[in-house]
Design a protein around this ligand. Structure first.
Ligand code: ASP
Ligand code: MG
Length: 401
């Protein structure tokens, strides 16, 4: 058999020596079945956070290039250790950095995008019969400098390698049994999903479910990668992410929460054409992504415009708008960080009426106020008070599952 398998192991799966040998055994099994194995590893446990803390201790304003070099060492450490464990099991393994595996990126340090993958080195290692253990989360740019791909992006390294190598399957090993209907820490009887579509997974990943890096799902969808999320510890059948999933009883596949957002309201905006354009083009010129937008009906010649941004963009957004709102004639700007986005996602809701109202009913019965609403074909998102978020999730989950 000449098939290629990609096996990605997250931080908890390689957090200590015991877990590293557990991972080595999983890799060994695939190798003994005759697969060419590319294992992609994350930094051990909280290693990335520790490296970041260390950087901040020395210089919080440090150059992003230096930061990326530092962060890339977390994954390098894991790759070397896993390769050593495989060697100890008597297997031929070679650890490689992202750049050695041909991962070429753009120059956006800290959140670089993969532009091209040169698979030559990996294929030559496979030809020699070697297992490749690759440091995830990183690549190299045109200046030959090391870049990282964004927090949680080892998933993206794995899926991108799967696409480039035309792998038979890409397995994402984590510390839970797969993708759940919602966070089991909030709803203990949340169910593991056997299947989920790329589109549903993409929405869930974007709306706050922390299972997969959202860019990894985009790539998986684009290249039809056979993707499975499963536990390295229990090794039960996980969740398969694929194009089409047979209809099941619930139109909702999952419920997600995102607390990393802030609401901004511009009060007393003149009720004339062009105002929304002026405000949002100002923000897009600085690459600020605006999420839910709500505009009130004009009254007495003015209206209010509210929208949400990720918390890390709040200061920049306020900096851009503080003086600008007086220029456009608005009276005042207020912000609220004490909010959370709660979303339901499911491809089935497109064809089933009453899904949104069922969600709103669950919130009403729990006396939870909705501040904003936004919808697409396969999702409904509401903005609520942060203190209400977990209760909202429990109520909504109970209504649909
Ligand atoms: N180690 C990196 C992080 O913690 C990348 C990853 O784990 O996927 O974000
Ligand atoms: Mg992750």
């Amino acid at each position: 058999m000449d098939s290629i398998i990609i096996q990605k192991f997250g931080g908890t799966s390689v957090k200590n020596t015991e877990r590293i040998f557990n991972v080595a055994n999983i890799i060994a099994e695939s190798y003994q079945k005759g697969y060419h194995v590319l294992a992609v590893v994350s930094a051990q446990g909280d290693h990335t956070d520790e490296l970041l803390a260390k950087a901040n201790e020395i210089n919080p304003k440090a150059n992003l290039r230096s930061k990326d070099l530092l962060l890339s060492t977390g994954e390098a450490t894991s790759a070397a250790l896993v390769a050593m464990a495989l060697e100890k099991l008597g297997l031929p393994a070679i650890p490689l950095m992202g750049w050695q595996c041909g991962v070429e990126t753009d120059t956006h340090y800290g959140s670089a995008h993969i532009k091209r993958i040169n698979t030559e080195r990996v294929l030559s290692e496979f030809a020699k019969g070697n297992i490749v253990v690759m440091a995830g989360f990183q690549g190299v740019n045109i200046f030959n400098d090391i870049t990282t791909l964004g927090r949680g992006a080892s998933d993206t390294s794995a899926v991108a390698m799967a696409a480039a190598l035309k792998a038979e399957i890409c397995q994402i090993y984590t510390d839970v049994d797969g993708v759940f209907t919602t966070d089991p820490r909030i709803v203990p009887n949340a169910k593991k999903l056997d299947f989920i579509t790329y589109d549903e997974m993409l929405e869930l990943a974007t709306l706050g479910a922390n299972v997969l890096h959202n860019r990894s799902v985009e790539i998986a969808k684009k290249y039809h990668i056979n993707l499975e999320v499963l536990s390295s510890i229990t090794r039960k059948q996980g969740t398969i992410v694929q194009e089409i999933v047979s209809a099941d009883k619930s139109p909702v596949r999952g419920v997600a929460k995102d607390e990393d957002i802030a609401r901004i309201s511009i009060i007393g905006v003149p009720d004339i054409p062009g105002i929304a354009f002026k405000i949002f083009s100002k923000l897009s010129s600085k690459n600020i992504n605006v999420d839910i937008i709500l505009q009130s009906i004009g009254r007495n010649g003015t209206k209010d415009i509210s929208f949400t941004v990720v918390k890390s963009n709040l200061d920049t957004t306020l900096g851009l708008l503080k003086d600008y709102i007086t220029i456009i004639g608005a009276s005042n700007i207020v912000t609220d960080c004490n909010v959370a986005k709660v979303s339901i996602v499911g491809a089935g809701m497109e064809f089933q009426p009453g899904v949104a109202s069922k969600m709103f009913e669950a919130l009403y019965q729990n006396d939870i106020n909705i501040q904003m609403i936004s919808t697409s074909e396969i999702k409904v998102t509401v903005l609520v008070n942060k203190e209400n978020a977990n209760q909202a999730i429990r109520a909504i989950h109970a209504a649909f599952f």
